[in-house]
Ligand binder design. Structure first.
Ligand code: KIV
Ligand code: ZN
Length: 518
């Protein structure tokens, strides 16, 4: 049933591609954004906030291309309360089957005085002006009161009333700085229902940041008093401590339907796929104990728990792994396993790769199975994550040879593919890592500084794969990269290149004239 027909239907508004991408180091390129948008559409997300079109040409293009591609979800762009922003946003979403303009302005005393340097009455005028102007382009306009949770109540009511009167169909009350606590935030939403005369003409939306770890709790408190849109991101990605995690909102509503009788349109069995994709694309690993999507979320280690689980799964399991897209598979893969078994294994882990990606991962799996006595599930996850994170890279590893030891300075012979052109070089260095990274700098000159280099073994044993994390910094911008291989040096170079490729996306975005943040 559609949100319009069912009063208990919660609209899921995903902002992974906009607020999520504002997370330092989480820049995504166009292909990556299109891929994420199609996964969000497939999983039944109602609204995809695809970017902030005025912010950069890259953002504009992403919103515009997603608007062309996505058919069932509404595609939304963000705009400040200015004509320029709104026009650019309208142009970006024009091809969408369903397009939304999301315009916002700060309403809290602090933000109005210091950020906007505007009197409240002027802000109120802007609310009406911006919403009315946005409505000249589309019927679907959302208005947000930035720092809404710290806004004086009388003024918030006046702004909301003005936005609805000007034609906003969705009113969003963000907890921009993650300051609210659940009963207080719920009371704020209830207060709006009690006091704003035209509130029944709009859907009330919530947008909570996680600075105190309360984003999901605050969002659910608001739903219980009448909010019917929740803004969230996959894996809780977002600025600072992130946004409310979509998987937690959706699974919370599904698992505790007895207490919160609300529905979403999200197919929860696609959650793992979306989580893995966002983690691979951004290089932001999911913490193992993260609710719903962490590697340990369904692992039962202690003897008492395992015993209980064997007697009856519900003793310790409140939701099944299958409900989020994980399937238990006893299948052990080895060097004789075929592509079909490999693909099934991947589906069991929540991956859903196209044929080319499966072929690529299968080839690497076969190489690994030749080198390693036993291939564990963790090996396959590391290998596929590594392959996926490099899918759209501009600079790729072609060849690496290392000579090192006590006799001579370490030497690296490196071949790279840069935008389709192959280049090679030979460099010495203070150890093999230094030599290999020097060789990368020689073939692809850049100023970025190495801020972190970390190696860990994916499994036990001397034949284990090494998983390497690299952090690079350029002009204050941080990029993360990951690489995995049984050869620690190959994993190191892959991780470095992965981080470098993310810096390139950032460079394109921050070309002169492209610099803007919310
Ligand atoms: O956190 C926030 O206030 C926002 C708005 C732009 C909606 O992201
Ligand atoms: Zn936000």
């Amino acid at each position: 049933m559609s949100p319009q027909q069912n009063p208990n239907r919660i609209v899921i508004f995903d902002t992974t591609l906009r607020d999520g991408e504002q997370s330092p180091g989480a820049s995504m390129n166009l292909e990556e954004k299109l891929h994420i948008a199609s996964v969000l559409e497939e999983m039944g997300v109602d609204v995809i906030e695809a970017g902030f079109p005025i912010a950069s040409n890259g953002d504009f293009e992403a919103v515009n291309e997603i608007a062309k591609k996505v058919k069932t979800s509404t595609v939304c762009g963000l705009a400040r309360a200015t004509k320029g922003d709104i026009e650019r946003c309208a142009e970006a979403i024009r091809p969408a089957a369903r397009g939304r303009i999301h315009t916002f302005i700060s309403t809290s005393p602090l933000h109005m005085k210091y950020k906007l340097q505007m009197e409240p009455e002027k802000v109120l005028e802007k609310v009406t002006e911006s919403v009315a102007f946005a409505r000249t382009f589309t019927d679907d306009v959302e208005w947000s009161a930035e720092d809404g949770s710290r806004t004086e109540h009388n003024f918030l009511c006046r702004c909301v009333e003005a936005a609805v009167a000007a034609g906003a169909g969705t009113i969003n009350i963000p907890d921009t700085v993650g300051y609210a606590v659940p009963d207080e935030y719920g009371a704020l939403i209830r207060m709006l229902f009690d006091r704003v005369p035209n509130i029944d003409r709009a859907v009330i939306s919530v947008h909570c940041h996680n600075d105190l770890g309360l984003a999901v709790a605050n969002s659910l408190a608001a739903v219980q008093v009448g909010a019917r849109q929740v803004e969230c991101t996959i894996n809780g990605l977002g600025e600072r401590a992130g946004n409310a995690a979509m998987e937690e909102i959706v699974m919370g509503l599904k698992t505790r339907h007895d207490h919160m009788p609300f529905e979403t349109g999200v197919d929860t069995t696609r959650i793992m796929k979306a989580s893995r994709l966002v983690s691979n694309v951004t290089g932001f690993a999911v913490q193992p104990n993260k609710a719903i999507v962490g590697a340990n979320a369904f692992a039962h280690e202690s003897g008492i728990h395992q015993d209980g689980m064997l007697k009856h799964a519900q003793t310790y399991e409140i939701m099944t792994p299958e409900s989020v897209g994980l399937s238990k598979s006893a299948l052990v893969l080895g060097k004789h396993s075929g592509r079909h078994a490999f693909r099934n294994k991947l589906i069991g882990f929540g991956y859903d790769l196209d044929d080319a990606a499966v072929d690529n991962a299968f080839k690497r799996f076969k190489d690994l199975a030749d080198k390693k006595k036993e291939v564990f599930d963790e090996d396959i996850v590391a290998l596929v994550d590594d392959a996926m994170s490099q899918m759209y890279d501009r600079v790729r590893l072609v060849l690496l040879e290392i000579v090192c030891g006590t006799a001579h300075p370490a030497k690296a012979i490196l071949g790279l593919d840069v935008d389709g052109e192959e280049k090679s070089t030979e460099q010495t260095g203070d150890g093999p890592v230094d030599a290999a990274f020097e060789a990368i700098r020689e073939l692809f000159p850049h100023e970025a500084r190495l801020k972190l280099y970390q190696v860990h073994a994916v499994t036990q044993g001397t034949d284990a794969q090494a998983e390497v994390s690299v952090r690079l910094e350029e002009d204050g911008y941080i990029a993360h990269g990951q690489g995995a291989d049984t050869d620690t040096m190959v994993a190191s170079v892959r991780a470095y290149l992965n981080a470098l490729n993310r810096l390139l996306i950032r460079r394109e975005k921050s070309a002169p004239g492209n610099d803007l943040s919310v």
